[in-house]
Every structure is written in structure tokens, then in C-alpha cells.
Design a protein around this ligand. Structure first.
Ligand SMILES: Nc1ncnc2c1ncn2[C@@H]1O[C@H](COP(=O)(O)OP(=O)(O)OP(=O)(O)O)[C@@H](O)[C@H]1O
Length: 577
């Protein structure tokens, strides 16, 4: 019935719940008073004994009861609002903190779309849970007992029958719960799956269009949406059916009480006023539990959402590094072995050193493991054999912020944000001066382009869609230069861009390599010939290492690849001419 963890986590919410139960109970008493006076009014009217002062007293009592009900309802709404908003904002804060704690590794724990869903709709589901369901649960226990005592003082048999019929409602709720739990967990699963596909397809829409695969994917998404529609309809049908059962029990029970009350009056066991009172109050025995039943389905949905939320909140946090001082800027891989899954090792016993201020190139065919080496250096994965060290300190022990200040990784698809050029550059260095930013733009030969389009205030569209591929990469490079790290990783940073931008970026990298430690991952061997050290990788292991000249002299795999690329480029050059 309750989500134990949720209640434990928000134990201090009890004061609001107690307040809400109290206001509901006082409202019930006000209703009882209202009905007692209404019954007495009808009684006096029927036997013609109603005097003017009786009428005044009845009117006053009615007004008083209505006023109390009004005050209690307002108070109840306020408490309900406070209880739910407090839980919602605290839960959202907890989710946010957890995601921050998980840091850049959060995707290992939860998909982005699921994180968005649980922190928006998921948390909203708990509004009714705390604001209505829990107080209604306790009130539903209290109300029938209170009414039993009041009706019992008039006719014990009627009171007993009404009270005995009440548990039929929770019994029907429990019967539905077993079935509902499974269905709701399936409902949430389908919902998050649909959210995942929607987000992915939207992000990759251009690619889908280019390959004319959009219709196929739209069809796939339609199928998923249809699956979600079906499960939603089943959940709604289940909820409606269970409400119908509860209505049957509630109104059936009230009718039984009313019939017994009338019979008791017929036999002279109770007065006419008492009979009228029983007729009016019988339904009140059941209404609180019936309302609880309708909240119950929403609460169940909240329970399913809470399960997902707590799965995230209690997910283990990868070990945090604590070292915030790194004495120097060498990079060392010692016997490193890693696989994305248990079965297949992507990196096998890799050993190499990038001395401080030197330039190393990682080359090899596609899928040989170059980017994975960069990811291990960036602390994106922690479960691997051997050791990766930066400045003599294991990256497992380095605090994430310190590492990200120490190393800048520039990928082929660098992310630029919607906003101005200035805002994007300041991500590299928050306190960069105007002169520094212009200097960086000049370095990457973007100064004139940016100046023509509004200078540092030039507005970039989402993902810098108003820049060419080469311009985007050059701007990303300017941002990286401003970051001023000791180590730079260029991970295919010149892929898919024009030759002019490629040459310019390579020039900047070369300049940078004179003062910083640089690791360059490139499929184009012409770009790495001047590296201090080239590591040729094949199937996750380093098969050759040395300078360009040494590797060419060795005549191994590197030399073969270099020659074949040279031939291809010569051929392409002739073709172009
Ligand atoms: N996140 C991932 N999950 C599972 N497998 C992955 C993941 N990333 C890469 N791989 C696999 O690991 C292997 C090495 O990939 P990696 O990206 O390191 O290669 P690469 O040499 O950088 O390739 P490329 O030159 O094409 O970028 C590949 O077989 C790839 O399929």
C-alpha cells in the first residue's frame, strides 16, 4: 500500500499528513452536526412542532457547520500543497545532486531521457501520493470508526452492518493491487522506451533523412507508440473497472444501512430524526475509502515512479578521485587491459609513456581502440586492468575537475552551445578577456569571419548550425586553447572537414605541441609524421612504436599503411586536377 522507502525518506512530512487528517476529521464532525440539525429540522417539520426559535438555532448551526467546513477545506488544501511541493522540490534536488555526483559517468546508470522523465513526470506523480493518498488512507480508517460510534448510539445493528461492509472496499483494492503493480511497471517501462527512441530519432533526424530511413524509423516509433497506447488503455480500463467495483460496494453498503435504518424506524427502534440522519450519513461510511480507491491508482503510479527514482538515488557512485594536485604532465599507460563487456577485450596489455611536453600520435585502422585509450585517460571508465597515470598519479585517484583542467579532449564532433561566440569561448576560460578571446580566434583563423558577423556577440544557433563544419572545429579549437590545459588530446579532430581547416588546425596543434603534452589520434598518417612518437595499434595492442622515420625503415604495418595512403592521396590529387 505504501512505498516504505519513500515514507522513510520523507519522515518529516508526517506533520502535514497529521494536519490533513485532522482537518478532514473536523470536517466530518461538522457534516455530522449539519446532518443532525437537518434531520431535526425535517423531524420538527413533519410533526408540526417547529418553532421560530428552533428554526433560528437550526440556521445558526447550519451556518456554523458550513463555516467550519470552509475553514477546514482551505487549511487542508494548504497543507496538501505544502506536503507535495516540499517532497517534489526535495526529490528533484536529490536527483540533481545524484546526477552531479555521478558526473560525466551518469549514462552508465541511467539514460538521459529516463533521467528527464523521472525528474519531471515521475516526481509529479508523487504530488497526489503525499498531498492526497496518504492522508486519505488514515482518514479512511478514522471516519468509519467515528461514524460507528455516532450511529451506534442510535442503533447498534445498523452501525455494525455499515462498519462490516466497509472492509470490502480495501479488499477489492488489494485484489487489484497485485495485478496493477505488474501492469504499471510495464507501463513505465514502455513509456521510458518510447521516450528514448523519440529523443534519439529526433537528434538523428538529419541522418535518418539523408539515408531515407526516416519512414522506417517513423514506422518503428509508431509501433512503440501503439504499444504504449495499448498499455495506457489497459491501465485506464483496470482503473475504471476497479472504481466500478468500489462504487458497487460503497453504494450497496450504504443502501443496506438505509434499509436497516428504515426497518428499525418501522419497528419503533429509532426516532424519525434518527432515521433521517442514518439515511443521510450511511454513504459517509464508504465515501472516504472510495475516494482512497481512486487515489490509489495514482498512488500506484507514484510507487512505480518512486521505484525508478530510488534505483537512481541508490545507484552506486563510481569511486571519486580526491587528488587535486598533479605535479607534472606526463601520461603513462601500464599494462592496461579493458573491454566494454566481459567477453571482448578492446585494449590488451597496452604500455606507453607520453613524456611531459612531447607529442605522441595514436594510429591504426578503424575500431582498433584509439578512442578507447583516450576515454580511459579521461577517466570515462574505471573498471580496467593495469594503471593509467597522469603526472605520476593514477587517474582513478584524481578528482574529476582537476583532471578536466589538466587534460582537454577535442573530438571530431565538439559540442558548441546555442548562445554567443563569447559565451562559448568563456566555457574554455571563464575570466577570458576580450583580447584573449580575439587572440584565440586569430590563432584558428576565425577572427575575420566572426568579426563580419557581429564579433564576439555573434549568435550561434543550436549546435552552431550557422557555422560550417570546419569553422565549428576551429571555434572548438579556440575554446580549447583558451582552456590552457597541460595535456591535449585531439581525437580525430580534423575528420570530415575541409582541407584548409585541416591544415590550419594541424598547424595550431604543432605549435601547441611545442609547449604542451599532445596526443593526436588520426586516421591520416600524413598528419603524424613529425610526432616524437607514433604508436601503431592493431586489435587493441601496440604492434609498432617509434618515430615516422624509424617505422618507415622497419617496413611494418605502419609503413604499409603510410604508403597506401600516400598512393591514394596522389591518385585523388590527380583526379581532382
Ligand atoms: N561505448 C562502447 N560500447 C561498446 N563497445 C564500444 C564502445 N565504444 C567503442 N566500442 C568498441 O570498441 C572497439 C574500439 O573502439 P574505438 O572507438 O576505441 O576505436 P577507434 O580505433 O577509435 O576507431 P575509429 O578510428 O573508427 O574512431 C570497437 O570494436 C568498438 O566497436
Amino acid at each position: 500500500m505504501f512505498h516504505k522507502r519513500l515514507l522513510k525518506e520523507f519522515n518529516d512530512n508526517r506533520k502535514y499528513i497529521a494536519g490533513m487528517v485532522l482537518t478532514q476529521w473536523v470536517t466530518l464532525l461538522a457534516n455530522v452536526v449539519l446532518m443532525l440539525f437537518a434531520a431535526s429540522f425535517i423531524g420538527h417539520m413533519s410533526d408540526g412542532s417547529l418553532t421560530a426559535s428552533d428554526f433560528q438555532i437550526i440556521l445558526l448551526a447550519l451556518a456554523g457547520a458550513l463555516l467550519i467546513r470552509g475553514i477546514m477545506n482551505t487549511w487542508n488544501s494548504r497543507l496538501s500543497f505544502q506536503a507535495s511541493t516540499e517532497v517534489k522540490s526535495r526529490l528533484r534536488e536529490k536527483i540533481y545532486r545524484k546526477l552531479m555526483e555521478l558526473g560525466s559517468l551518469y549514462r552508465d546508470t541511467i539514460a538521459t531521457s529516463e533521467a528527464v522523465q523521472i525528474s519531471t513526470e515521475g516526481v509529479d506523480q508523487l504530488e497526489i501520493y503525499f498531498g492526497k493518498y496518504i492522508p486519505q488512507f488514515f482518514y479512511s480508517l478514522l471516519a468509519p470508526v467515528t461514524l460507528f460510534i455516532i450511529v451506534g448510539s442510535m442503533d447498534m445493528k445498523v452501525a455494525a452492518v455499515l462498519l462490516l461492509c466497509v472492509p470490502l472496499i480495501p479488499l477489492s483494492i488489494v485484489a487489484v493491487q497485485k495485478f496493477a503493480k505488474k501492469m504499471l511497471s510495464r507501463y513505465w517501462g514502455t513509456y521510458t522506451e518510447l521516450g528514448d527512441s523519440f529523443l534519439e530519432n529526433l537528434q538523428g533526424l538529419t541522418t535518418l533523412k539523408i539515408y531515407q530511413a526516416d519512414e522506417r524509423y517513423a514506422k518503428k516509433m509508431d509501433e512503440e507508440a501503439e504499444k504504449f497506447r495499448k498499455i495506457t488503455m489497459r491501465v485506464l480500463v483496470m482503473q475504471l473497472n476497479s472504481i466500478s467495483i468500489m462504487d458497487l460496494v460503497a453504494y450497496g453498503g450504504a443502501a443496506a444501512g438505509i434499509i436497516l435504518g428504515i426497518l428499525a424506524y418501522g419497528k419503533g427502534g429509532i426516532s424519525l430524526e434518527e432515521c433521517f440522519f442514518i439515511i443521510m450519513i450511511s454513504a459517509e461510511f464508504f465515501l472516504p475509502l472510495r475516494l482512497l480507491g481512486s487515489f490509489f491508482h495514482i498512488a500506484m503510479n507514484g510507487n512505480a515512479a518512486a521505484d525508478k527514482i530510488f534505483r537512481l538515488l541508490y545507484a552506486p557512485v563510481p569511486e571519486k578521485g580526491s587528488v587535486s594536485e598533479i605535479p607534472e604532465s606526463s601520461v603513462v599507460f601500464e599494462n592496461v587491459t579493458f573491454g566494454y563487456d566481459e567477453e571482448k577485450k578492446v585494449i590488451q596489455d597496452v604500455n606507453f609513456t607520453v613524456p611531459e611536453g612531447s607529442f605522441t600520435a595514436l594510429v591504426g585502422t578503424s575500431g582498433c581502440g584509439k578512442s578507447t585509450i583516450a576515454s580511459l585517460l579521461m577517466r570515462n571508465y574505471l573498471e580496467y586492468g593495469g594503471n593509467v597515470k597522469v603526472g605520476g598519479v593514477s587517474v582513478r585517484d584524481i578528482d574529476e575537475d582537476t583532471l578536466y583542467q589538466k587534460i582537454t579532449r577535442i573530438r571530431h564532433d565538439s559540442y558548441l552551445f546555442k548562445g554567443t561566440v563569447c559565451e562559448n569561448l568563456k566555457m574554455g576560460k571563464a575570466d577570458a578577456s576580450r583580447e584573449e578571446m580575439l587572440w584565440a580566434l586569430k590563432k584558428v583563423n576565425l577572427y575575420e569571419t566572426v568579426m563580419e558577423k557581429g564579433g564576439l556577440d555573434m549568435v550561434l544557433e543550436e549546435k552552431a548550425a550557422n557555422l560550417s563544419g570546419g569553422q565549428k572545429q576551429r571555434l572548438a579549437l579556440a575554446r580549447a586553447i583558451l582552456h590552457d590545459s597541460d595535456i591535449y588530446i585531439f581525437d580525430e579532430a580534423t575528420s570530415n572537414i575541409d582541407a584548409e581547416s585541416e591544415n590550419l588546425i594541424m598547424e595550431v596543434i604543432r605549435e601547441l605541441a611545442e609547449v604542451k603534452s599532445v596526443i593526436l589520434i588520426s586516421h591520416r598518417l600524413a598528419n603524424v609524421t613529425w610526432a616524437d612518437q607514433i604508436l601503431m595499434i592493431q586489435n587493441g595492442t601496440i604492434i609498432e612504436r617509434g618515430s615516422h622515420r624509424q617505422l618507415i625503415e622497419e617496413g611494418g604495418e605502419y609503413a604499409k599503411l603510410y604508403e597506401s595512403q600516400k598512393e591514394l592521396e596522389k591518385y585523388a590529387g590527380k583526379g581532382a586536377a
